[in-house]
Every structure is written in C-alpha cells, then in structure tokens.
Design a protein around this ligand. Structure first.
Ligand code: FAD
Ligand code: SF4
Length: 534
C-alpha cells in the first residue's frame, strides 16, 4: 500500500464535496475519513429524527464520495468494534492508516474541535483546520466587526452584510441604499391567520425513505429505542439533489407568503409557509449563497414581494451568520452562562408532549414526530415557557440540541441560551422575550381548545404562561426596572396589590411543583440533563 499523505476528516454536518478540506485532494495519495459514533446521539438524548437524518445523510454522502472517486474509510454505527466515541475511533484509525497529516474543515461544535485537536496532538500528527467557506462571514471577520461595536446587535451586522454582498441593494445609490428604501420589513411580517385558518398550504417536499434511509430507520429504532420521537413519518431530504428540490419548491410555492405568516401558528399544521431548509443548510447539503440568490431572484422576476424576500434573507444572511459569530467568539464560557440564575428542572413532559397546555402539546408533539418546529414555536412557546418557569439554561440547551433535525451547537446554543433564555445577559437579544398567554392567543387559535384561559392570571383556569409572566416580572423586578426597553412592562406590576402578588407567587409555585401542566411521573431518560463545557 502506498503511503497515505493526507487523511481528510469529514464530520456528519460537513457533507459538501466542495468544502475547503478537499482543496488539493489527490485520490492517489489522500483519503477521506468518516465515522458514525453513538456518542453523537447520546451526549444529549437525541431524538430519533435527528439521529436518522445525520446517519442517512452521512451514508448518502459516502456514496457521493465514492462516485467522485475519493477513497473513503467509513465506520458505520453497527461496525464491529466501533468504540462509540469519535476520538477513540479516530485514534484507532490513525494508528492503522498512518497518514502524514490531517486536514478538516472547521467543525461546528466547540467540543468536537477540542476532541479532534487532542487526538491529533496525541498521535503527533499535524492537523490543518480550514475555513468553512459555507458561510458568508468568517469568524475572524465577525470578531473584527464585534470589536468595533459596543453591543453585538444583529441589525447592524445584517446591514453590513447586505452592503458587502450586494444583496437586495438599490442600484447606483451613494451611499448604498436598500431596495424599497428600508432595511427591514419585520413590521409587515407579523400576521396571524384569520378565524378561517391557513386554508390550502402548498405541500412540503417529502422524501420517501430509500433503502439506505430505511436501513438507518431500522437501526435507530433498534439501537436508540428509548430515545424520544418517532420515525414513521421521516421524510427529510438527505442528499444534495433532494435538498435542491426542496429549495426550488419553497421558492416557487411558499416564499411569496413566507413573510406575511412568518410568526403565525395553527394547531396540527407544522409546516405552513416556512422553508424547512435549516437541516439541509446545517448538514451543508445546501449553500446559503445559493439559497439567498434564489430568493433574491424570485423578487427580481416579480414572483415574491419584497417583505417576504427580505424577511427570509434576513434569517440567513443576518441571523444565521450572526449566531455563528456569537458562538465562536463567546465559547466556551458562553455555554455555562446563567444570567438570570434560573435553577428549575425542565418539566419531564418536554420529552413526551404529555401536557394539558394546548399550545405546548402541539409544539412538542410535532417536534417529537418530525424533529421540526418553526421559529416562533421554539421562541414563543417551548422557549418562553422554560424562560418564565426559570429552567436552568443548560437543561434547555440539552433539550433543543437533542430534538431538532437542524440542531448543531453553533446555531442552537446562541438561539437557546441567548435569544430564548436571556442567559447571556443580553449579548444576543436586547431584552428577554417575555409575554403572557395572550401573545399565543393572538398568533394562533390554540387557546380556544385549551382548558386554561390566557386572560386569567390566577385561579384554577389561569393560563400558566400568564401566571408565570407576572411571576417572572416580580422575581426580576429590580433587574428589569433598569432596562430601558423593559421598564414599561415592569411598571405594570404597580397595578398589582400585595395580595395579587402573593396569589401569583402561590400559583407559580404550584406550577413549579408540577401540580399544573402535565404528568409529572413521566421520567426523563438518564442523560436528559445538562450540557456544559466547563
Ligand atoms: P425558516 O423560518 O423558513 O427560515 C429560513 C432559514 O433561516 C432557516 O432554514 C435557517 O437556516 C435560518 N434561520 C432562521 N432563523 C434563524 C435563527 N434564529 N438562527 C439561525 N438561523 C436561522 N436553527 C437551526 O438551524 N438549528 C437549531 O438548532 C436551532 N435552534 C433554535 C433554538 C431556539 C430556542 C430558537 C428560538 C431558534 C432555533 N433555531 C435553530 C432557529 C430557527 O428556529 C430555525 O432555523 C428554523 O425554525 C428552521 O426552520 P425553517 O428552515 O423552516 O426556517
Ligand atoms: Fe397555551 Fe395558555 Fe393558550 Fe392554553 S391558554 S393554549 S396554555 S397560551
């Protein structure tokens, strides 16, 4: 056997034949390394859809590598002797293959980066970590942007990216102006469906399991039987061709209405006008540049209105790039932050969906069934409840990282710990996103079918969101009173008498004891706990 020059390490979320790690790849001297290990499904108690999408996409990518003529060393989850850990599998393979050097694209997870570096060091091998070209902005560029600003606000970062990449910009303007004369059409994008509901919603792309995916489904059902979620409706794109088809269908069928109903919810309707492209993007089956370009082209050919297109592009060119920058400039200390000193446990029913809060039951059930919920469900239903309850952010993080098909730590952690739980004290979000049940009532008809009443603060029928909202204000009154954008909400506390406050605190205590909301006997699995990098 000829000596192996370079072993290119490819992780489960790096499924891109054009990644920087392949620059200069010579099949005569180089090879690719991939491994499926149980650790990646067990370090948080991953839901079955999340495990299946990673394994199936990896196996399909292995085929694409072979078709491209790139030699591959691939360890399957059920291969004999698989030690179940990434570092142990890599160590064993390095000792066997003896490459001269290792190359990889920068991982999306701080924990994995440390593992890869320490294996390479222990084996005395050089490890070259290359830029992840998938993103518009490098971490170094983001850090430079952050240094110029006192606070890290997404909006300024986003405008800078629009100018820099010439996205949705008016032609021939000095200084550069955004198309339509405004940067942000968020205020046009907050409609709910009327009483008649969403009506006909174009079908999302569903991919029936092929033989590879079916084998993965069988394996996951057998090996991870006690993990949350189900696979009987698994239909996610797992190849680049399928992801491109999903992109086309989104642009043609749903983008025109995306903006308008971006925040709306409807019981039993998980998909609505969203893109469902986050998993394909995060696995690197799609490149964000092609997604942004397709949306912009749809505007220019008169297919979709500017508020929809701008709203969609902001999520990708703005939020997605921004959270990555936050993650890599703040880690590892970021993962342990708990600015509000939240110490409650996550209710066990987050892992089963068995709750009598109608909005939460719907969001949790679809999450466990499909590994998907849209942004407002994550932020203003599951996330809001955990925030108001005062759950330890590291437990909330472990849950979000486990249950969604698009969950990779660089994107999940800042969204959860920062945007949703305000545990970073305001790095990501300018204020805690808090609301009573009336917000959910405005954006969906969930409350009509619920045993609770969003208008009631205390009493048997009081909506737990509403009780906990007032309790949250009371618990953090002195901190929030100093916050310019929270002062008005805090001022409303002045309307409560001492007796009202006591009643709120008592009802909130009942909710925390598990006397309201759902079955408390549902036991979380052994490792549903917390993720920490300390
Ligand atoms: P759409 O609503 O159609 O949006 C289009 C695309 O924009 C998405 O595909 C996604 O790539 C990007 N996007 C939208 N919002 C964000 C955002 N806030 N941050 C980064 N990218 C964004 N997104 C993930 O990709 N992985 C996660 O693990 C994840 N965890 C989250 C946890 C919480 C608590 C919250 C509040 C949000 C989280 N998000 C996460 C962001 C967002 O909810 C999802 O990207 C989105 O719901 C995916 O569905 P979609 O593809 O239909 O998105
Ligand atoms: Fe959710 Fe409260 Fe409305 Fe019930 S009443 S659906 S718990 S917001």
């Amino acid at each position: 056997m000829t000596e192996l020059r370079t072993l290119v390490l490819v992780l489960g979320d790096q499924l891109d034949l054009d990644a920087a790690a392949f620059d200069g790849f010579d099949p005569a001297q180089d090879a690719v390394w991939m491994a499926e290990v149980a650790e990646e499904s067990e370090h948080v108690w991953s839901g079955k859809p999340r495990i299946a999408i990673f394994l199936s996409a990896m196996r399909h990518f292995a085929l694409a590598l072979q078709e491209a003529g790139r030699p591959l060393h691939y360890t399957a989850l059920d291969s004999e002797g698989n030690p179940g850990r990434l570092d142990a599998q890599l160590t064993a393979d390095l000792q066997r293959l003896r490459p001269r050097q290792l190359v990889m694209t920068a991982p999306g997870d701080w924990r994995v980066l440390q593992q890869m570096k320490s294996v390479a060091a222990a084996q005395g091998l050089p490890l070259e970590i290359r830029e992840d070209r998938h993103f518009f902005v490098t971490v170094r560029e983001f850090a430079a942007h952050a240094r110029q600003r006192r606070g890290l606000r997404m909006e300024y970062f986003y405008r800078e990216q629009r100018r820099r990449h010439q996205v949705l910009m008016a032609p021939d303007t000095d200084p550069p102006q955004p198309l339509g004369g405004q940067w942000n059409f968020d205020s046009d994008n907050r409609e709910s469906f009327g009483a008649q509901g969403p009506g006909f919603v174009p079908e999302r792309v569903t991919v029936p399991p092929d033989a590879i995916t079916q084998a993965v489904i069988d394996l996951v059902n057998q090996r991870f039987a006690d993990h949350p979620g189900a696979l009987d409706r698994f239909a996610w794109p797992v190849t680049r061709a399928q992801a491109l088809e999903a992109l086309t269908r989104f642009i043609e069928d749903r983008l025109p209405m995306f903006g308008r109903y971006q925040d709306a919810m409807w019981p039993g309707e998980p998909w609505l006008y969203h893109a469902h492209l986050s998993a394909a993007l995060n696995l690197k089956l799609l490149n964000p540049r092609e997604v942004v370009a397709a949306a912009e082209a749809a505007y220019h050919r008169g297919h979709a209105p500017l508020p929809s297109v701008e709203g969609f592009i902001r999520q990708i060119l703005g939020w997605r790039e921004y959270v990555r920058g936050v993650y890599w400039t703040q880690m590892p200390a970021y993962a342990d932050r708990n600015a509000l000193n939240a110490q409650e446990d996550l209710p066990a029913w987050y892992w089963t969906g068995e709750t009598d809060l109608a909005c939460l039951r719907d969001a949790l059930t679809q999450t466990l069934t499909h590994g998907y919920a849209h942004h407002i469900q994550r932020l203003m239903v599951t996330g809001l409840y955990a925030l108001l309850l005062g759950v330890r952010p590291q437990q909330v993080h472990a849950w979000y990282l486990a249950v969604y098909v698009d969950a990779v730590e660089w994107v999940e952690l800042p969204n959860t710990l920062g945007m949703s739980q305000y545990a970073d004290g305001g790095v990501m979000g300018s204020k805690p996103y808090i609301a009573t049940g009336k917000y959910i009532q405005r954006m969906s008809p969930h409350c009509e079918g619920c045993r609770y009443d969003p208008g009631q603060r205390v009493g048997e029928r009081a909506c737990p969101f509403t009780t906990l909202y007032w309790d949250f204000l009371m618990r953090h009154e002195s901190l929030l009173a100093q916050h310019p954008r929270m002062a008005l909400q805090v001022k409303n506390l002045g309307r409560l008498s001492e007796r009202d406050r006591q009643a709120v605190a008592e009802r909130a205590a009942e909710i925390r004891r598990g006397e309201v909301g759902g079955r408390t006997e549902a036991q979380p699995a052994p490792n549903t706990g917390e993720v920490s990098h300390a």
